[in-house]
Design a protein around this ligand. Structure first.
Ligand code: GLN
Length: 497
């Protein structure tokens, strides 16, 4: 393994800024790593060596010209293929968008470029971000670098696998119900869902607009914070973007002092249905927080267990509306347009061919939940549950500064194991969904390996709206303490590569 790919993003940024290594050399080292491990991992949907090297050379030129770029200038990033990119295809891992080249960049993409990050390629995901394993991609399956027979989580599984396989120091994801935290957890890396509205949805292909939140992946908490700061903040192009300063997440990641902090353990997220090894590492992490000076109390949030069914009404309802734009006329695929068929027939044929089974299931569920006569019983009821969950969070945050739970009930499951069982698949997000419904900040940070299978376990740290910095402070404290125990990071190198 080249030395460059072992470095953290912060270290790479410093080396590049000091002129000790060029952005082009760093990009090349990662492209070489990708060439070596992609046949096994398959984290990417699109890689274009020349475009990447061109971007890197352009950053080198900007730096030589004395332009002041941020701390990540020249650092490579793998970008989830749900963000619009002008110079690369954008598919959301769906056949319906095959070959589509967006005429514009998403705000997240544009901010990566402004900060001088170098985009290595577009990463695989569950089609339209619907899933927890990346098996719903219309293109190929991505493998977990810890054990290639396991899933890398989802929907941002290409992004988690790329970082865990040392193909990229950083990657982007989106979290609608857990799609950053759950893949981070099962691949042993850090993943952060910012406060809803803290990062822009402009140019992000919409799944469920009231929940979709872009966020960072990295192999350590500080790197995640640097990427978080690089692309977050107010965007007038997104009507739900928050016009407030970005919480000082980098500062928090650099100051992991949690003495006196009040930590609430969510009572409902443990026990039956949780893997023993997950609970063992989780309980140790809670003890660790206590030993670092935090005041740990148990908090009950009884409605959190109803978040999952409410989400599976709200998210499909929004998806059924959002995906109506794929009408066979505007983007990508068009099937059966031979001059004999009506627009409706072409639309029906295109959707039948272009959408995968899970996407169709969600559109049908959502259309049903919104239909007249059922709206109040399903969508309306789910919205009420959403309000109750937000209130339970508010009540909890009267008592504590952050809440913790396991990120997901089990370690990485086998490829194919839950593919035919949607409910088992949905349960992967049991602990992550409440934070999406309430719109607050939440992180997953590695807390060890489960004894049964030696696979990574994640600790979830939840904080109030716009208190993202607390997740980073606690995450960094856990990381620092565990790394001194382990003698380095959990993920020293991808074990199966
Ligand atoms: N796994 C959840 C779902 O399938 C969440 C996905 C996400 O956060 N994008 O909807």
């Amino acid at each position: 393994m080249s030395d460059l790919i072992r470095k953290t993003a912060a270290e790479l940024g410093a080396l590049i800024a000091a002129g000790e290594v060029s952005a082009a050399e760093v990009a090349e080292a990662h492209l070489d790593r990708m060439a070596e491990v992609e046949p096994k991992v398959q984290a990417f949907l699109h890689v274009d060596r020349e475009t990447t090297l061109e971007q890197a050379r352009a950053v080198d030129a900007r730096l030589r010209a004395g332009e002041k770029l941020g701390p990540l200038a020249g650092v490579p990033v793998a970008h989830k293929d749900i963000f619009a990119t002008r110079d690369m295809p954008t598919t959301a891992a769906s056949k319906i968008l095959e070959g589509w080249r967006p005429p514009y960049d998403a705000t997240v993409t544009a901010r990566l470029r402004e900060a001088g990050l170098v985009i290595l390629g577009k990463t695989n995901l569950d089609e339209f971000a619907m899933g927890s394993s990346t098996e719903n991609s219309a293109y190929h399956v991505t493998h977990n670098p810890w054990d290639l027979s396991k899933v890398p989580g989802g929907s941002s599984g290409g992004s988690s696998a790329a970082v865990a396989a040392y193909e990229a120091p950083l990657s982007t994801g989106t979290d609608t119900g857990g799609s950053i935290r759950q893949p981070a957890s099962v691949t042993g890396i850090v993943g952060m869902k910012p406060t809803y509205g803290g990062s822009s949805r402009y140019g992000l292909i919409a799944f469920a607009s009231s929940l979709d939140t872009p966020g960072p992946f990295a192999r350590n908490v500080l790197d995640a914070a640097l990427l978080h700061e690089a692309f977050s903040g107010h965007d007038p192009m997104d009507s739900t973007s928050i016009d407030r300063p970005v919480p000082s997440v980098v500062e928090a990641a650099r100051n992991p002092d949690i003495a006196g902090m009040r930590v609430g353990v969510v009572k409902e997220f443990a026990g039956e249905g949780y893997q023993a090894g997950v609970l063992a590492r989780y309980h140790e992490a809670v003890q660790l927080l206590e030993s670092l000076g935090a005041k740990v109390v148990e908090v009950s949030c009884p409605s959190f267990t109803t978040a999952l069914p409410a989400y599976y009404l709200i998210a499909p309802s929004e998806c059924s509306s959002n995906l109506a734009r794929f009408d066979a006329m505007r983007y990508g695929l068009r099937v059966g347009d031979d001059g004999t068929r009506s627009a409706e027939e072409v639309m029906a044929l295109t959707r039948a061919a272009g959408f995968g089974d899970e996407v169709k299931r969600r559109i049908m569920l959502g259309t049903y939940a919104l239909s007249s006569g059922y709206y109040d019983a399903y969508y309306g009821q789910a919205q009420k549950v959403r309000t109750v969950i937000s209130r339970e969070f508010e009540a909890a945050y009267q008592q504590v500064d952050v809440l913790v739970s396991p990120t997901t009930p089990t370690t990485a499951f086998g490829i194919g194991e839950r593919a035919d069982d949607p409910i088992a698949m949905y349960l992967a997000d049991l602990c992550t969904i409440p934070s999406n419904l309430a719109g607050n900040a939440a992180m997953s940070v590695p807390c060890g390996l489960a004894d049964e299978d030696n696979l990574p376990v994640g600790l979830q740290i939840m904080a109030p709206v716009l208190a993202d910095d607390r997740c980073y402070r606690v995450g960094a404290a856990v990381e620092k303490a565990l790394e001194s125990r382990w003698g380095g990071p959990l993920l020293k190198e991808a074990p199966s590569l």
